[in-house]
Design a protein around this ligand. Structure first.
Ligand code: AOF
Ligand code: ZN
Length: 350
């Protein structure tokens, strides 16, 4: 049994909290001595104890940690956040070696945890395995903006709506269920005013209970011109309205209004980054999506394709992008969903 074996088990621990850690990464830890696993732990919930502390709590007797090796999927933290620094705790528990999956890209930590351990005379090995499960967390800190996914449903002739101003049903029920899962994996979902008026969506996740619901972001011209009876306002999940005009209305506590004269794509991203939002799903409509495409700000595309043809005046996906400098994508996954097809594509430079 070697380091990669124990690290794999630590990753398995980490995954147990999928969907519960909000903007925190998934992290797992193991305490091992003479090839025996003494304890396992993981970060359960945003705001709760970190994986290392959970692993220490699992020891029958704290003295067992003396001379043991800790396997942890992410560099132990060095900051006083919602909990005290894990790296410091490790130095006090008598651990003699720490094997780390990956360095923490969060500038609060980013090497400082490793430094604390080394300075305390602990042997440190960094395996450098970046986990897919924390892809968006890593992306956010490396690129300093959220990971952007565009999603739409289209016909075989690339149309998303039969005619202007009316909603047409494009994709099937299996695609609906799949898109609920896609929503559930995001920290924020963005739609523009047209989609809000025409589709009148709830933008909630109805197929599973989530510890943290994605924030629903509405991009509108004048917040006070919105119909307060829109379905989205009947739900109590968080809503952030990005408006060009200030609001004089009184909104429910789950609804926040942010004002700026020009909510350009780059401004929206700066705003989300400032609020620590690591992933964004842009659900439409085609003008809003076009604004992201125009700036080449598409990291992933999820397209549901339905066996229909809308023809002539129907609306194409990604409307209003003048001659697009080709945005090269690569198809990463294709899946049949009954009579629809789900296509996943990513930027070619990833
Ligand atoms: C660890 N072990 O299990 C996790 C770590 O807000 P806090 O205080 O919970 O800190 C969150 C930050 O701590 C997070 O952004 C990441 O840098 C690190 N997460 N670190 O040693 C853990 N979840
Ligand atoms: Zn920690």
């Amino acid at each position: 049994m070697d380091d990669t074996y124990f690290m794999k088990l630590a990753f398995q621990e980490a995954k147990k909290a999928r969907g519960s850690t909000w903007t925190n990464p998934l992290v797992g830890a193991l305490i091992v001595k003479e090839n025996q696993i003494l304890s396992r732990g993981y970060h359960h919930l945003f705001g709760g104890d970190h994986a290392e502390v959970e692993a220490f709590k699992g020891l029958v007797n704290p003295n067992q940690a003396e001379g043991a090796t800790m396997y942890v999927t992410l560099e132990p933290c060095s900051h006083y956040g919602k909990t005290p620094p894990c790296a410091l705790k490790i130095t006090k528990m008598g651990i003699h070696r720490v094997v780390i999956g990956q360095k923490d890209p969060n500038p609060l930590v980013c090497g400082k945890g490793i430094q604390i351990l080394k300075e305390a005379g602990i042997q440190v090995t960094v395996l450098g395995v970046t986990a897919k499960m924390n892809e968006k967390y890593n992306f956010f800190y490396q690129q300093k903006r959220p990971f952007i996914t565009l999603k739409y449903a289209m016909t075989l002739d690339g149309k998303i709506n039969f005619e202007h101003g009316r909603r047409s049903l494009v994709s099937n029920h299996a695609a609906y269920l799949d898109s609920q899962k896609l929503r559930a994996a995001q920290q924020a979902i963005l739609i523009g005013e047209n989609t809000l008026m025409i589709d009148n969506p709830h933008l909630t996740i109805r197929t599973q209970k989530l510890a943290f619901e994605p924030i629903r972001i509405l991009l509108v011209k004048d917040v006070d011109k919105l119909d307060p009876n829109l379905k989205i306002f009947t739900t109590n999940s968080p809503i952030w309205i990005l408006s060009r005009h200030v609001s004089k209305r009184k909104w429910l506590p789950n609804i926040l209004v942010f004002t700026d004269k020009n909510w350009a794509v780059t401004k929206i991203l700066e705003f989300l980054t400032l609020h620590g939002i690591q992933s964004l799903l842009v659900e439409g409509g085609s003008h809003v999506q076009a604004a992201f495409v125009r700036k080449q700000l598409v990291d992933e595309l999820v397209v549901y394709m339905a066996p229909k043809l809308f023809g002539g005046t129907a609306l194409p996906a990604i409307r209003g992008v003048e001659s697009l400098k080709v945005l090269d994508m690569k198809i990463t996954k294709v899946k049949q969903l009954a009579d629809n097809i789900r296509i996943e594509a990513r930027r070619n430079d990833f």
